[in-house]
Design a binder for this molecule. Sequence first.
Ligand SMILES: Cc1cc2nc3c(=O)[nH]c(=O)nc-3n(C[C@H](O)[C@H](O)[C@H](O)COP(=O)(O)OP(=O)(O)OC[C@H]3O[C@@H](n4cnc5c(N)ncnc54)[C@H](O)[C@@H]3O)c2cc1C
Length: 174
Amino acid sequence: MQLRTAALQMIVTARMPAFVDPVVGSQGRKLSLKQTAAGSVVIGGAYEGDVRLGSNGPQLGVPRAGRAASNLANAVSLFPALRAARVTRIWTGLEGMTPDGLPYLGQSQRIPGLFHAFGFSAHGFALAPLIGPLIADLLEGKRNNHALAPFAPDRFGRFDSAGSAQENAYKIGL
Ligand SMILES: Cc1cc2nc3c(=O)[nH]c(=O)nc-3n(C[C@H](O)[C@H](O)[C@H](O)COP(=O)(O)OP(=O)(O)OC[C@H]3O[C@@H](n4cnc5c(N)ncnc54)[C@H](O)[C@@H]3O)c2cc1C
C-alpha cells in the first residue's frame, strides 16, 4: 500500500465586496475559490507546501510563498476584483494521497474485522456522503470486499519493509 502525505495550501483574504456567488473550481488551471457571506475569499487549488516529518511520520505542513503567489495569480486572472485583495492567512492541511487518486476502501486482508476508508486524495468532503453508507453496508455484511475491489487497500501491493519515509512516501502494512 502506498500513501503520500500532501500539505495542501489554502489562502484567505480580508473581507471585500461580494463578487462571486458559487463555489468555483477550474479544470484548466489549479484553482478553487469561494467567497464567504462575510466577504472574505478562500482560495485553493491543490498547491502543495512542505511536509515536515516527526519521529512518527508527517506532523506539520509549511506553506510555500511562491506557490501561494501562483495560486493568487490564477485567481486574479479569472477574477480581476481580487487584485485589490489583502491576504490575511495562508495555511496547509495534511492529506493522504494515493497513486491513482482513489481512496483505499475495504476490509483488511491481514486483520479480519478491521475496515479501511482513507487516502481520499483531496476529495474526502465530496466523497464522504457516498462512502459512509458504503462502509456501513460493509460493516453490516450487506456488501463484501469484492464490490469494492477497485478500491482495495492492497491494489498497489502489500507492505514491504523498504519504506521511504524520508521521501515522504509511505508504504503501510495493513
Ligand atoms: C486544505 C484542504 C482542502 C481540502 N478541500 C477539499 C475540498 O474542497 N473538497 C473535498 O472533497 N475534499 C477536500 N479536502 C480533503 C478532505 O479534507 C479529506 O479528504 C478528508 O477530510 C479526509 O477525511 P478522513 O476522515 O479520511 O481524514 P481526516 O479528516 O484527516 O480525519 C482523521 C482524523 O483522525 C484523527 N487522528 C489522527 N490520528 C489519530 C490517532 N492516532 N488517534 C485518534 N485520532 C487520530 C485526526 O485528528 C482527524 O480528526 C481538503 C483537504 C485539505 C487539507
